[in-house]
Design a protein around this ligand. Sequence first.
Ligand SMILES: [Zn+2]
Length: 223
Amino acid sequence: MSNNESLHNLRHSTAHLLAAAVLELFPNTKRAIGPAIETGFYYDFEFINPISEEEFPTIEKKMAEILKTWKSFDREEITIEETRKKFKDEPYKLEMAEEFAKNGEKLTVYKSGEYEDLCEGGHSDDPQKEIGAFKLLSVAGAYWRGDEKNKMLARIYGTAFPTEKELDEYLQMLEERLAIRKLLCQVLTEQSYLKFQDTMKNIKMTCLKSIHIIQKKNFSLSQ
Ligand SMILES: [Zn+2]
């Protein structure tokens, strides 16, 4: 397995871990999808109550607890009938399962510890050992399937690495980028303000000139 594939699997596995923690802390949350992305992973949820980044430390703590019990990802092929029973309270999972079944694709469930998810695969062999460090980064609204006619879900973004060192380096790089963006924004704001001042000066000059012309005109008419 290449390093990229291994990192991809690690991050997708961490998305499972996030969903497991969310379900324990916020029962009745509906799960949508949880892919790995270039910078980490995300998972889309429909929460009963809105979620904020203030909840992240609690969720991360729960993820760390659950990870201790995850020694593998066990694959099981299931039929659409079994899927309908197993995921009866998960409308987003069911919608995807029905489509997969219609297209003749296999339906698979992956289980780690007590958590299972409908998924196509691509996981760490030994999540407890391989997921060395993770961090939740942000939450944003995301329409189900990217369609604004659908419900707005909460997308939690995070990242994960094999080691704490790699995670720390990545977070430091993010902080530096943020600092540069802030600085750039400040410079642009100042430039805009200076431009605005120049514009106001020009408008004032034009007005004064116009008034002067009108006054002159009125004066010549009254002569
Ligand atoms: Zn998966």
